[in-house]
Write a protein that binds this ligand. Sequence first.
Ligand code: BTN
Length: 275
Amino acid sequence: MSAPLKHSPLPLDRDAIRAALPEHAVIGREVRVFAETASTSDLARRAAEGGAEEGLVFFAERQTAGRGRRGRTWDSAPGLGLWFSIVLRPLVPRERWSRLALLCAAAVRRGLQSTLPELPVQWKWPNDLECGGRKFCGILIEASARYAIAGIGVNALHAAADFAPELRAQATSLALESAAPVERERVAGAILRALDELWQTDWGGANFNAICGELALHSSLLGQRVLLSAGSRTIEGVAEMLDSEGHLGLLLDDGSRLRVTSGDISRCRLKTAED
Ligand code: BTN
């Protein structure tokens, strides 16, 4: 745990983020920083609709209508996080665009490994990153026929009191987990750089296997008893494998197997004497 937190006194510095990227980077070729917006993913979508090149990134210090998966809101406190969205124009077949979430998760993990190497970052299939079982990053992919928007939210400088009381047990931030100081621009630049590197690989083809393998090594779900919420149903089982498409394989109690392509998964709570 780190010492008491100091909130970043300065707004995000666009040039400092860009400094981490190679000159000819595709992802992060242009970075725009806003003080406030409804959602950076809306900014990116409007830009994409207007013909923006892929790799354009929008950051905002504050989102007034940040959104998460499944219609949830995303708490985007001013100055504490990295709230950003990237315009992507994947050339791979549309049915493989579901890989984008895992690609972004791998980029966030790699970016953190290079800037805060002591952080024990774990990947929670499919779109979250955690430390010690608490979420600090969520990824939202929104796609149209011609482009995809990758929205990434990283809780960076939050103290525990910065989270709403109902979130405190599940949420954390980089600063809460790291003994080293957290510099948002360095982290953001490293994530974009990692995504740029992954973007240049054959992630739509054979290289995706390696990305899945990398994520599987840091998975917080594999080998665990989990609960899948599917509409009004819940299904319990053991998360036993990740397939080459990044789908999660569950072993159910009756011995059957289920391939999960999307959904909400949580670890089962260990039973206590009171249960
Ligand atoms: C989730 O965990 O449900 C995904 C959260 C995604 C949040 C990010 S913050 C930047 C971008 N803008 C949004 O409105 N949402 C994404």
